[in-house]
Structure formats: structure tokens, C-alpha cells
Design a protein around this ligand. Structure first.
Ligand SMILES: *Cc1c(COP(=O)(O)O)cnc(C)c1O
Length: 436
């Protein structure tokens, strides 16, 4: 056998040696869940022993968490709630958004973003994403009508999108901006914490997020009135509790009643511990993504794909990477070849199940399924009066479907080392080099 033959590189698909022979460590939840240790157990145990589980108490863990989070974020007001979705609902109530209003959401986000808009009686308008996998500022501007009140940019998989461009569109049209940072806790944009650049920000602490306390959320803002209204929206009895606790009797805006999204002290105690782990978590995930990107760069200019566009790589949480192939056909072939190399991935669009992160599968929204027989928010008189007539269809965002069809996504977790991240990238550069 000649030297040339023995060293000739073959795709694993063609019988060559796999790049990844040992499985890459996996974890079914998020980095926060994977980082749970005795500290969370001790904090929760202490709350249980105290038998003080209600947030309105003099030693409130929830209140302490809100203060800690505000310090990390560099923001004035924070309210903990029982989920990220509740946080978005409170943010929208905080801004006074409701019947007759339209709110622009991206075609690629968890359905909760659109659901929160429906929950306050407003109409979600679905806009295209671009190669940042976040809102496309050009399409956002085209979707603005006289009824548009706000935009909700979403930073999927820890990557802050085109925030300055979106803020610019919002400013020119007098719109509010709610930053959905459910998947981007600790993400930064040119040095500033995401969620603090628009009018209101939101975090989620469900099992899959950067930090978790089982379920939970945070809504935060520098605007005191928005905060106060978010508080009223989160707990109809809160004005009474605040009066008792702090002696506060005057409000900037009149209290109103809505929902109860109050978190327990168990959640607050766990969230505090998790927040202290944020820097460590992000240092690790960012090191994984940096190693991955370095290895991709060393592979030279890719033939068949471009990397997801990231405005500010330093602010990226580093929990994921995406490549966008030149065609959906190539994405399928790359995905097959990568699986043979030991790297499992699907195209974002054809992962084999209806992905609720793609608007096409938000059946309840596309069908305008109302919580009530009046058909609100779409048939709300305030909406109809203003000529509101949004049209939804599974094909309405072709640019987003095209990009998602061509995108392959890879996640980084706390169990991986930079060696694993490099192997993942090596599998990709090998497939890119050798796939005919
Ligand atoms: C997880 C998530 C939410 C909602 O969070 P929950 O805590 O599950 O209610 C909202 N938006 C996005 C983009 C999310 O990923």
C-alpha cells in the first residue's frame, strides 16, 4: 500500500475513520441544571426549614434575588415571576399594550413570545429572521402599521441579534422594545447586558435555560412606571402587600388587577445560587464556542456554508453555533455526513418533529384560535375599528423558512471540553472539504 493510499482521507459515510469516535457528552437540560450541586440543595433546604415560603416576608429570598439580578444587569428594577412567559406578559402590561395593538415577533422563537402578545389582547405580527437567526430589521420596518406598538427581538440560543439596527427602527417609528432574553441570560451587546438596551427585558429560568430554578422568570427595566405596572400585572394583591411591608401608599399609576405569577421562596433561593454561577457557566460555554470557531477558521474558507452572523461575538453566551449551508439539499447531505462522523444534528427546520420554535408550527396563532368566543384579539372591536386584518399562513415568511432549512445547529454544554468542541468543528470542516 502506498503512503498516499494509507493517508487518503475518506468520509465516514464512505467507510473512512470517524472524526468523533467517543460520544460527545450530552445533557438533556440547560447549563444551569447541569451545574446544580450542594449549594442549591442547601439553599432550598434552608427555606424549607424556615417554613417561610411566601415571597412577601422580611427575609425574602425572591427580593434578594431581584436585587442581585439588578446588580448583575446594571438595571434599576427587577421583578421575579413564575415563568419567562409570565415575564413577557408583565412586560407588555407594563408598557400598556393591549386590545387593538400589534406587536412584531420573529418567525423563529419559542411560541411563548407570540402567546404573551395574545395573552394581553394584542395581535402578534410575525416578521422574518435573517442570517443572524434573529429579527431582520428590514422586514420589521415593512411590517409596521399604524397599529404597531412594540417589537420583541429574541436572542435565540444565546446569540444577541441585530439590536442597534432594531432599536433604530423602533426609535424612528416610536415603538417600544421588549427584549426576550429567555435563552440569553448574561449575553452582552458591545459591552452592555442584553435586556437593558430596549424598554424592558425578560429572562426565563425553565429547565433548558442558561440558569434555572425549575421554572421562573425575571422582568427588568429602568422605567419605574413600567416596573410598577408589571408588578400589578403579576399579583392582584401586591399593592396590599407592598403597603403592609414597606408602608408604600402612593403609586405612580393606579393599581389594577390581572394575573398571579408570584414565585415562591424556594424558587428565589435557588435562583440566587444559580446567579452566582453565571460567570463560571458563561466562561466555560464561551471557551467551547471559541475553540469551535478557531478550529473552523483553521479549516480555511468553507466551501458549502457560512457561519450564523453574530454582530458582537464577545457578547455571545456560547451555548450554540449554527452553520448556514448554501442550499437545503446540501444541509441535508451535511447533516447525514456529520452523523456518520459521530456528530448528530438535524436541519433546524426538518428535525423530524414539528419544532415549536418555528412560526409554521404555531397552530393556535396561525389559526387565530381565541381564548374566548368573541375571537379576541383578532376580532376585538378596537382592532377591527383601526382596520386591523392580519393574515397568517404557514408560508408567510419564506426568507425565514429558507434560512432555517439551510441551518445546522450545534449545542455546547457544561460536560464538554474544548477538545470536544474542536472535534465537532473538525467533523464539519472534514465534511465541507470532502463531500462532493
Ligand atoms: C423559554 C422561552 C420563553 C418562555 O419561558 P418559560 O419560562 O418556558 O415560560 C420565552 N421566549 C423564549 C425565546 C424562550 O426560549
Amino acid at each position: 500500500m502506498s503512503v498516499l493510499e494509507t493517508t487518503r482521507e475518506l468520509l465516514a459515510l464512505d467507510g473512512g475513520e470517524k472524526v468523533i469516535s467517543e460520544p460527545i457528552p450530552a445533557f438533556s437540560g440547560g447549563p444551569g441544571a447541569d451545574s446544580i450541586d450542594d449549594a442549591e440543595i442547601a439553599a432550598i433546604t434552608e427555606v424549607l426549614r424556615s417554613k417561610a415560603l411566601f415571597r412577601h416576608n422580611p427575609n425574602s429570598q425572591v427580593r434578594a434575588f431581584e436585587r442581585d439580578a439588578c446588580e448583575v444587569l446594571g438595571v434599576q428594577n427587577g421583578l421575579m415571576v413564575n415563568s419567562g412567559t409570565s415575564g413577557l406578559v408583565c412586560a407588555l402590561f407594563g408598557l400598556g399594550i393591549g386590545p387593538g395593538d400589534e406587536v412584531i415577533v420573529p418567525a423563529y422563537t419559542y411560541i411563548a413570545t407570540a402567546a404573551a402578545v395574545v395573552a394581553v389582547g394584542a395581535v402578534p405580527i410575525i416578521a422574518e429572521i435573517d442570517t443572524s437567526l434573529g429579527l431582520d430589521p428590514v422586514d420589521v420596518e415593512q411590517k409596521i402599521t399604524p397599529r404597531t406598538k412594540a417589537i420583541i427581538p429574541v436572542y435565540m440560543q444565546g446569540v444577541p441579534g441585530r439590536i442597534y439596527d432594531l432599536l433604530d427602527v423602533a426609535k424612528r417609528h416610536g415603538l417600544k422594545v421588549v427584549e426576550d432574553c429567555a435563552q440569553c441570560i448574561g449575553g452582552k451587546y458591545f459591552g452592555k447586558m442584553v435586556g437593558t438596551l430596549g424598554d424592558v427585558g425578560e429572562w426565563s429560568f425553565n429547565y433548558f435555560k442558561v440558569l434555572t430554578c425549575g421554572e421562573g422568570g425575571l422582568v427588568f427595566t429602568n422605567d419605574y412606571e413600567v416596573f410598577e405596572r408589571a408588578c400589578f400585572a403579576s399579583d392582584p394583591a401586591l399593592p396590599m402587600w407592598m403597603k403592609d411591608q414597606t408602608g408604600q401608599t402612593t403609586w405612580h399609576t393606579p393599581p389594577f388587577s390581572a394575573n398571579c405569577y408570584r414565585p415562591s421562596e424556594i424558587m428565589g433561593a435557588m435562583a440566587r445560587v444559580q446567579l452566582r454561577k453565571l460567570e463560571g457557566i458563561l466562561t466555560h460555554t464561551r471557551s467551547l464556542k471559541a475553540a469551535f470557531l478557531e478550529e473552523i477558521r483553521e479549516g480555511g474558507t468553507p466551501r458549502g456554508f457560512v457561519l450564523q452572523h453574530v454582530d458582537d461575538p464577545e457578547g455571545d453566551c456560547g451555548v450554540s453555533a449554527a452553520i448556514i449551508c448554501h442550499s437545503s439539499e446540501m444541509a441535508k447531505r451535511y447533516s447525514e455526513a456529520l452523523r456518520a462522523e459521530g456528530l448528530s444534528c438535524g436541519t433546524a427546520h426538518n428535525a423530524g418533529f414539528p419544532d415549536r420554535h418555528i412560526y409554521r408550527y404555531w397552530d393556535s396563532v396561525l389559526e387565530k384560535a381565541s381564548p374566548h368566543t368573541t375571537g379576541y384579539p383578532w376580532n376585538d372591536p378596537h382592532y377591527l375599528e383601526q382596520g386591523g386584518d392580519v393574515f397568517y399562513s404557514p408560508e408567510m415568511c419564506p426568507q425565514s423558512l429558507d434560512i432555517l432549512n439551510r441551518a445546522l445547529r450545534f449545542g455546547f454544554n457544561m460536560r464538554m471540553t474544548t477538545h470536544h468542541a474542536r472535534l465537532m468543528a473538525r467533523a464539519i470542516t472534514k465534511v465541507d472539504r470532502l463531500l462532493p
